[in-house]
Design a protein around this ligand. Sequence first.
Ligand code: T1G
Length: 692
Amino acid sequence: MTVTIAREGSVVVVTVENPPVNALSQALRQALVEAVAELDADSRVKAVVLICAGRTFIAGADVSEFGKPPQPPHLPDVVAAIEAAKKPWVAAIHGSALGGGLEVALGCAYRVALVSASLGLPEVKLGIIPGAGGTVRLPRLIGAAAAVDLATGGSPVGAKKAEGLGLVDAVIDGDLRAGSIAFAESIAEKPLPLPISHRAVPAVEAGFWESAEKAVAAKAKREIAPLRALASLRKACETDFADAMAFERETFLALRGSEQAAALRHVFFAERAAPRPPELAGVTPRDIRSAAVIGGGTMGAGIAAALRDAGLPVVLIERDAAAVERGLANVRAIYDGSVKRGRMAQAVADQRMAGVTGGDDYGLLADTDLVIEAVFEDLVVKRAVFEKLSAVCRSDAVLATNTSYLDPGAISNGIAHPERFLGLHFFSPAHVMKLLEIVPTETTAPEVLAAGFALARQLAKIPVRAGICDGFIGNRILKVTRAQAERLLLSGAPPLAVDAAMRAFGLPMGPFEAQDLGGLDIAAFQRKAARERGETPFAPVAERLCALQRFGQKTGGGWYDYQPGDRSPQPSETVAAVIAEAATGRPQRAWDDASIADAILLPMVNEATRILEERVALRAADIDLVKIHGYGFPRWRGGPMHYAEARGLAEVVAVLDRLAAEGLAEAPSEGLRRAAAAGGFSAGTVGKRCGL
Ligand code: T1G
């Protein structure tokens, strides 16, 4: 970490360099306070430019320091020192001025930004609120309404919008350093502007806070921080600066130690580690500049759109001209939907669509870098596709299957250059869902696996390496979720209660509502394949419902009944009768939300631990990312593995032992008992049995 001071006439440029994102470590805070004192004492200095080296302005407090006691100088004091400086400080922003970085900029007399810069207060995404005046100075500068949007939503704004809000004083297009020095020279002789902390907050109309609270609560759902940020903003608008700062700091420190903050920090670092798995360090990925998708159904069209959204030209292959037209129409429908929802301009949609070429001739793929197969989930059908691809594609092209349940090794068996093959498991809708399970086979070359991870970065997806087993990571755990949900039905908890309990835990919907949305026939198809492999999937009620052609919303009834045109689930007498019959002779017990959640979540953790033991997943955090980005597990819980660790694995094992004794779950795995004894899932505790 360095802070360098350079003279440009009467303007001094203070350059911060603390890679990778100029986070406000203790050393940087100290250096900034010293720079203020030094420059205040230098009469030759008329103005100061604060600029950062590297890819971004200060991206906030150093999140990696959050687990430790805060060290002085504390950030509020650093900001106050800059604000009280005798010379005007100009914050010169490029990249992202986020959190504490924006708070430092709010301490400066002026802010200028490169046109490509962004500014924001993302603290709520880490389960905290700004802790150095963000909720206190921002409303004084840009008004309460705009401040509420920024601080409770956590999303940044671009430089132009920031200028419109009055958050920055000028937008610079070109050389930021030169532009900010010129700006500093232009204000150097002017009287210092009134410090933001001394400014009054513009009044708000009656009822503003009440309606803001409703809106923030609706968006935040169970996340605590957004409403706390709102409370701090209101305090800032209704009391004096000092009281408001004290309130903000107290709230910040309280949240910093909270479970939600710990969970969101865990996810923050897991998401940053995911694209760079240590096992691929130093491996150069194969280059992907062109792509193709085989199959224009729901998944194929979504994958084609995701590739186009990343700027790749796409060829969409289908078996014949009519199918090609249907496939192209499916892609077009995705863009039409985005335009209709105001998420994309028509011109952009047309440009994206123009980059999709349809065809039924595999010869079109002779020079394509990446081909992703997304045809019907049948081994014979998929193998036929790869036989053709194996013949026409370059030996260094990357060939991938989007299978969700079949063995990629079996699909690629016999193709030429099998080292160019891997599984890329997208989640529906593929152009929206962030998760990408990357499934190498025994022969996948490291540079091809690395290409999968690089593709994920290109598509702004969260990549997780998954080993080969039935359902990889996510769907394997989903099978346990569904089996546990059925066990609950047979022991006295009706679908409505199970779904309500899982929503109360924080999931967007319960297991039965989710199946009705996706279709019970999908899981039935997988169970059939599992039985053919000699497995005994547990789904006694679902099997009976499928026999009654109750496949969910699409058939007007599944676990629930649905009125035509109405997606709200209605309890079903038919289902209740099927459950009663299947539960005959089984012990019934009373269930509440917590015990239902335990009976579903803890067996998921148990299965996830087996997945770790078998190295189908390499890190517990990877499993958390899969469940959060692929299955709606609440981010603020940190994922099932983090949740279990935070709760205490010893307690998890004890509850599972009790459930197993009642025949309501499998007993804890050896790996889970070992992790409980070791106090966590960290590397090495779970895998000992495999000699890892
Ligand atoms: N602290 C520590 N490390 C950080 C960091 C931070 N704030 N931000 C990023 N990193 C690390 C990250 O782990 C990764 O490390 C590397 O930098 C590159 O990150 C008082 C208390 C800035 C938009 O929430 O949003 O200020 O994996 O891969 O895609 O009010 O990082 O290489 O070892 O994400 O170019 C508020 C969080 C903090 C911003 C760059 N600030 N960062 O994105 O790179 S709370 C944030 C980001 C706060 C005050 C409060 C992004 C980025 P490694 P990356 P990127």
